[in-house]
Design a protein around this ligand. Structure first.
Ligand SMILES: *Cc1c(COP(=O)(O)O)cnc(C)c1O
Length: 504
């Protein structure tokens, strides 16, 4: 029996894993969730003897049950190969009493590569399985890192096109340059005059616009998503938490079945939700620590059970977490309200109408696995400096938010459980702010001068994904207002037409 996926907003939509991946978002605007969470069928000890790719198979097969072994192994092997600059894909660095799980060794130097290297393979396999002949148009809103990782993953993939919307003034200089220099005839990048939430809302609206879908269908296209609302993003993210734990068993740092804490710098709640799923399928977790920057909606939510996005949107030095509407929280809300789609829909409707909702006490009790806190801009910079001065290890601004929140957690609780901190980006992606934190005397407005100096100070090689954009020509310079996103998509699809060679 295949594991089926339902929408968080109605009980009558049920699809297989491959169909959920193809659709991205359910047609009622809900997110696809598995009807039950499976359990690992091998022990953690056994997993500690396997490679990243083999662990990926053991985890992903539990969720993507309508994929054959051959299909899944093929997707995994194509994704986690020498695109990653380390053989173990996601290495752990022990610094100042915590384990930093480096998830940024893929092509674009952010953790988004962990899932977006495999998503194109999962998606084209899903299309084949479901006899889809339409060309798939990936619509993506990005707070900076998803965009580039998705572009890199889908560039020149037969049978797909990709459109990325990013907030024109809301990403780092390196992030922007990475996107606008993207190669590939099927790629399209637009800077919007608005913030990430507006980009994401615009994209979600296109997904639930029936008229637009009919128009596309007639022209031989259908939408899918590369955002973490797609279950095909979430499942590969569960893998590295399991993998990291088993490496700690292997090195003897933890005993089998010893509980650990996981700290995640959080924006759209995708990465931490993957950790929560990892816990539910059998990973021994003590606390899931949700770290926010000054856009601390989630901290407030964990503190008082009220989700309230009615507040100023703050542009911070950790732009990939500048989010007030954390989409994936909906999957957690659905679960803690007893998989009650009607009740979840009420919360989401309230969120879209009034900008807030309050969960029940009963639901709050089920959040005891989580701890939330936040770091200010000043604290984030201090954290980078402190860790660098003490250990020589350089972390990026997002990881610094997590690292700082972990310090606060330890102060609050005196808990000394071994802790993994998700390190979500290479410091080179945010060289400007990282350099200002560790070497304020080095003044330069040239991004690559900062990158070069950072490489010297941190004694780390510049990732190839950063090096290769140093002199790359700009290929995309389209901008639009928030209310013109749909027009942009249509314009792109007409001008690029369906590629005649399209085949899979
Ligand atoms: C996307 C991103 C995050 C936030 O992850 P979510 O899954 O959206 O919570 C944190 N750090 C970096 C560097 C990111 O790119």
């Amino acid at each position: 029996m295949d594991l089926m996926y339902s929408s968080t907003r109605s009980c009558d939509i049920k699809v297989t894993a491959s169909q959920a991946i193809l659709k991205g978002l359910a047609q009622d605007g809900g997110l696809f969730v598995p009807d039950s969470l499976p359990k690992l069928d091998v022990t953690l000890d056994e997993l500690s003897k396997l490679s990243y790719q083999e662990v990926a198979y053991e985890v992903m097969k539990l969720f993507l049950t309508d994929f054959t072994k051959d299909e899944l192994v093929h997707c995994i092997e194509c994704a986690y190969d020498d695109k990653f600059d380390v053989k173990d894909i996601a290495p752990l660095k022990n610094a100042d009493g915590a384990y930093y799980l480096e998830l940024f060794h893929g092509k674009t130097a952010a953790f988004k590569d962990m899932a977006l290297s495999i998503l194109p393979y999962l998606l084209t396999t899903s299309a084949k399985k479901n006899n889809v002949s339409n060309e798939i148009v990936i619509l993506t809103a990005t707070s900076g890192d998803t965009g580039k990782a998705a572009l890199a993953g889908f560039a020149d993939v037969d049978g797909t096109k990709i459109v990325v919307f990013y907030p024109k003034d809301g990403v780092s200089a390196i992030q922007e340059k990475q996107m606008v220099t993207q190669q590939g005839e099927n790629t399209f990048v637009v800077g919007i005059h608005g913030n990430f939430d507006q980009a994401q809302t615009g994209v979600k609206q296109m997904f639930s616009d029936k008229k637009l879908q009919k128009e596309l269908e007639d022209a031989g296209f259908q939408f899918s998503s590369a955002n973490s609302i797609n279950i095909g993003r979430l499942v590969p993210q569960i893998v590295y938490y399991i993998y990291a734990y088993t490496r700690l068993i292997k090195t003897g740092d933890i005993k089998n079945d010893e509980k650990i804490n996981i700290v995640v710098p959080t924006g759209n709640f995708g990465n931490i939700l993957a950790a929560y799923y990892a816990m539910n399928i059998g990973l021994p977790v003590n606390k899931l620590i949700c770290a926010s920057n000054e856009n601390k909606v989630l901290f407030d939510f964990f503190s008082n059970g009220t989700y309230d996005r009615n507040r100023e949107f703050i542009l911070t030095s950790s732009p990939s977490m500048d989010i007030l509407i954390s989409s994936n929280l909906e999957r957690l809300i659905y679960r803690i309200c007893g998989n009650d789609a009607a009740l979840n829909s009420e919360f989401m409707e309230s969120l879209s109408k009034t900008g807030e909702y309050h969960i029940t006490d009963e639901m709050r009790k089920q959040l005891s696995d989580f701890y939330g806190n936040f770091a200010t801009e000043e604290e984030t910079a201090e954290e980078i400096k402190k860790l660098y001065d003490k250990t020589g290890y350089v972390i990026d601004t997002h990881t610094a938010v997590a690292s700082c929140v972990y310090r606060k957690y330890k102060n609050d609780t005196s808990d000394d459980t071994k802790t993994i901190i998700a390190s979500t980006a290479s410091p080179f992606k945010f060289s400007n702010n990282v350099m200002r934190a560790i070497a304020p005397e080095f003044e330069s407005t040239d991004d690559f001068e900062l990158v070069d100096e950072l490489s010297k100070l941190g004694k780390v090689k510049i990732p190839s994904g950063i090096e290769e954009i140093r002199n790359a020509p700009v290929r995309h310079n389209t901008q639009c207002d928030v209310d013109k996103m749909e027009d942009m998509v249509k314009q792109f699809l007409t001008q690029s037409k369906k590629s005649p060679t399209s085949k899979r």
